[in-house]
Ligand binder design. Structure first.
Ligand SMILES: Cc1cc2nc3c(=O)[nH]c(=O)nc-3n(C[C@H](O)[C@H](O)[C@H](O)COP(=O)(O)OP(=O)(O)OC[C@H]3O[C@@H](n4cnc5c(N)ncnc54)[C@H](O)[C@@H]3O)c2cc1C
Ligand code: SF4
Ligand code: SF4
Length: 819
């Protein structure tokens, strides 16, 4: 017998989730899905991160096309359904195709609400040039492309979406104004004081905010030039983003005679009112008069619908959701649940405000139960408050504990106390029960459970709780992650195997590694930096550079600082400089009003507080090579004055330090490499605590120490060898560094790697050549040395147009002090 035909209109978060839930219940259907976007299913929440440049597009896909194929689902992307023939049980698409169904689910979501402002549309041609909505991946891409070429943006709407858009746009253009019609930001969720606190924090990020401002016209003939407000003010801009709310996408339902009010009207089984075989789920559905604009409710709805339609529980019923939001809005933590203001005199209200810090908290209690809470700027208590709100837990006698940790036992709910259906991950709708059953089904690693359930894979704030629940559910049997031995998380191979495969297949770019070595070819953003470093080490000049494989420091060749500015450190080999160089550095610092000039621990001069867009000019004015103060690479060789000047010196440490730095400058590695050469065992250059330290001893000999550290970890290096000449030091240094580069895990510093491998084994390989690989190591290092190119030369030809355009940090941080 043929399986019943299930058709889903809408391939967004609710549609795909419902299908996942149906599959999880072994629902027997021939599934066909229609989505008018040209993609598989992605996490719409993450578009804010894509716009802000902190997430790669590839990282937001929930189910790729192979998932549909693997599960026997027929997916029609880029196909819009225009009509449902309820009598014939057929859906018609824009392309004229007709698809019959036995059961139909409508999951068409919402669309951006665009107020009828004059000038917002070009007659018959969509939006005016420069006007964008913020709803889909295509919207986001178009906005990024356009914004990059322009200077000023106005965002209309000061709700969650408008704030996210404003923050994201700052990454692409220099000036953003947020125009909000109501009296305070996020007025749906926050009271006036919380809104004002949020506004101040957002303004400190450089976003201009205008509240109580009705936009009456979009100005500009061919493209946008500004917006006009009701009070006659105009704000000049060339990009307008409309984030004025959403409206349920119910056209198809309406055109087909289904009941539509603010959304498609459904009953407690998510069945469209009056229909036996048509359901609606997600933002397009209206249940008991409510429509929802967040994902948490749609996870609940998807479960009920799946239970019902598969017959697992035909009477499963959705009773509505209590909406609690926990978000990072434009870099500011905000959480809100239930009431935002008290409703009667009997409601107990507590508020705490620390405006200077941008902190505001309020809780509303009725009959001893939490009925509302708002937190801005400090959301540390949110987990407990959410549980109390969802479950109606008894509240602590000491009410202040609702807002602060008072030093008593934390009012955290332990995993054991949490009910099974308590929502742990709001972004992806994962309950404690789902985590526990994944553990019970045999998955006993935290990362494995996160992968399987997606818990913790949204904004990530619930990760500690996910970990506690996994530990509790596994009853102390949490296993080490098999991925722990992989070189990078996205390619399932330990380093030696990975290097072998890279060589075998001749893979010279990061994308080629993913395409060839990862089943399904899935790229993993977190693995790119490690792979780029490995490939560069292996292939030297033949390595094919792909910019997206780099971390910000490596993209702009400078060290990002707390406030989003950069530090510029020119090379100063062995800590030696000249009056001419000093003069030039001083002039550059003066010319560019560099906020702070500081000597580094590595004996160089650091120009701190340089904005990104100034970097190329500063490098040009300095006209000195990069000091590599930022990369996972060879950084510096600290030296003491040595035999040239010091009364105690027995070796010319300065000359050897310079020679080492000249040869190995900028060499990439799994971690940074800091070296030192000191002229006698008094050790003024601190060589015993360096990745590689050289100490001159009597008789013209040199000792080489490896695996030392004096950072967060302190370790005296192990003696690798004692040699007779500076040349031997240079050769053994290269060989040791190459062996480290080829064998250490990504980000594993020598202080961890040397004891892991053992100094005896290292001595055998590097000094005694017991494995017969010394010549290969020397040759590989020589090839890397030959391929060296000063990255600051890139100033003349930026690799991408946005390479040196400034972007703001996600949180507001103090500025580098000017002294
Ligand atoms: C930028 C942004 C940030 C957000 N941040 C958060 C957040 O932090 N937290 C949170 O909880 N929520 C957030 N949301 C809201 C969340 O994304 C939505 O609640 C969720 O996506 C709704 O799921 P849905 O399936 O109902 O609709 P959608 O995900 O919109 O999916 C509907 C799909 O159906 C398609 N479709 C519509 N009509 C048709 C048709 N006739 N034929 C074929 N296909 C059709 C649509 O194009 C769309 O692809 C955010 C939304 C946006 C846009
Ligand atoms: S380490 Fe020795 S040679 Fe170098 S400065 Fe100190 S005392 Fe002088
Ligand atoms: S010592 Fe620590 S805090 Fe200070 S600059 Fe270095 S990393 Fe930053």
């Amino acid at each position: 017998m043929q399986s019943p035909r299930l058709v889903i209109i809408g391939n967004g978060m609710a549609g795909a989730r419902t299908v996942e839930e149906i599959l999880a219940r072994d629902g027997d259907f021939a599934v066909t899905m229609f989505g008018d976007e040209p993609y598989g299913n992605y996490n719409r929440i993450m578009l804010s991160n894509v716009l802000a440049g902190v997430e790669d597009e590839s990282g937001i896909f929930l189910n790729d096309l192979s998932w549909y194929a693997d599960n026997g689902i027929t997916l029609h992307t880029g196909t819009r359904i225009t009509r449902i023939d309820r009598a014939a049980k057929v859906v018609y698409a824009e392309d004229g195709s007709a698809t019959p169904y036995d059961k139909l689910i409508i999951a068409t979501g919402s669309r951006a609400f665009v107020p009828p402002i004059p000038g917002i549309h070009r007659p018959g041609r969509g939006y005016h040039q420069g006007v964008f909505a913020f709803r889909t991946l295509d919207d986001t891409r178009a906005m990024i492309r356009y914004a990059r070429e322009h200077e000023r943006a106005v965002v209309i709407g000061g709700g969650l979406l408008g704030l996210e858009a404003a923050r994201g746009l700052q990454n692409h253009l220099s000036h953003v104004t947020l125009v909000h019609a109501m009296g305070h930001l996020m007025n749906t969720q926050l009271d006036a004081e919380a809104g004002a606190t949020l506004q101040r924090s957002v303004e400190k990020l450089g976003i201009e905010v205008v509240v109580g401002a009705q936009t009456t016209e979009i100005l500009g003939k061919h493209s946008v030039t500004g917006v006009k407000l009701a009070d006659g003010r105009t704000i000049g801009c060339d990009v307008v983003v409309v984030a004025a709310g959403i409206r349920a996408n119910a056209d198809v339902a309406q055109a087909s005679g289904l009941p539509v009010e603010r959304g498609i009207v459904v009953d407690d089984q998510m069945r469209v009112q009056g229909e036996a075989d048509i359901y609606a789920v997600g933002e397009c559905a209206q249940h008991r008069g409510e429509t929802y604009g967040l994902v948490a409710p749609l996870w609940d709805q998807a479960k009920v619908l799946a239970d019902h339609i598969t017959g697992r529980d035909p009477h499963a019923a959705y009773h509505g959701s209590r909406v609690a939001t926990k978000l990072k809005v434009a870099g500011v933590d905000v959480a809100s649940m239930g009431l935002k203001e008290p409703e009667s005199d009997d409601d107990e209200t507590l508020t705490y405000a620390e405006p200077r810090k941008g902190v505001y908290k309020s809780v509303i209690i009725r009959d001893g139960r939490l009925v509302g809470a708002t937190l801005v700027g400090d959301v540390r208590k949110v987990a407990f408050l959410m549980q109390a709100f969802d479950r109606g837990l008894a509240l602590p006698e000491e009410r202040a504990e609702l807002m602060f940790d008072l030093g008593g036992p934390p009012a955290e709910v332990s995993p054991a106390e949490m009910p099974g259906d308590a929502q742990v991950c709001n972004c992806n709708g994962v309950s404690k029960g789902a985590i526990c059953s994944t553990v019970q089904s045999g998955c006993k690693t935290v990362s494995g459970v996160m992968d399987k359930t997606r818990a913790g894979k949204g904004c990530g704030t619930c990760k500690p709780l996910v970990q506690r629940i996994v530990e509790w559910a596994a009853g102390g049997e949490v296993e080490e992650d098999p991925a722990a031995s992989w070189y990078v998380p996205g390619v399932p191979m330990p380093k030696p195997e990975l290097m072998r495969a890279i060589r075998e297949h001749g893979l010279k770019s990061v994308s080629a590694v993913f395409a060839t070595l990862v089943p399904g070819g899935k790229e993993d953003a977190k693995s790119k930096m490690g792979l780029a470093s490995l490939l560069k080490m292996m292939w030297g000049g033949e390595y094919e550079d792909e910019r997206d494989a780099r971390f910000i420091n490596d993209r702009v060749h400078a060290n990002i600082q707390r406030d989003g500015t950069f530090s510029v450190v020119p090379q100063m080999k062995g800590g030696v400089t000249t009056p001419a160089q000093l003069k030039r550095i001083a002039e550059v610092a003066e010319k560019h009003a560099v906020p702070m000039v500081k000597l580094t621990g590595g004996q160089r001069i650091d120009l701190l507080g340089v904005p990104k867009e100034k970097l190329p000019q500063i490098w040009a004015d300095l006209d000195m090579p990069s000091g590599w103060a930022y990369g996972k690479s060879f950084r510096t060789v600290k030296t003491c004055v040595g035999s040239e000047f010091c009364r105690f010196g027995v070796g010319d440490s300065t000359a050897l330090g310079i020679a080492l730095e000249e040869r190995y400058q900028g060499i990439e590695g799994p971690g940074k490499m800091k070296l030192a050469v000191t002229g006698c065992p008094r050790n003024c250059a601190e060589a015993y605590v360096k990745d590689l330290g050289v100490v001159a001893i009597d008789g013209g000999k040199w000792e080489i120490y490896v695996g030392g550290a004096a950072g967060a970890h302190v370790r005296k290096g192990d003696l690798l060898a004692t040699v007779d000449s500076a040349d031997e030091v240079i050769t053994l240094t290269g060989r040791f560094l190459q062996y480290y580069r080829e064998n250490a895990n990504w980000l594993e510093r020598t202080y961890a790697w040397v004891p892991r491998v053992g100094i005896e084994r290292l001595r055998k390989v590097v000094v005694d050549d017991a494995d017969g690989i010394a010549a290969d190591l020397d040759a590989a290092m020589a090839a890397s040395v030959a391929a060296y190119r000063d990255p600051w030369r890139e100033r003349a030809e930026p690799a991408t147009p946005g390479q040196f355009r400034t972007s703001l940090p996600l949180v507001l941080l103090p500025q580098v002090p000017v002294r």
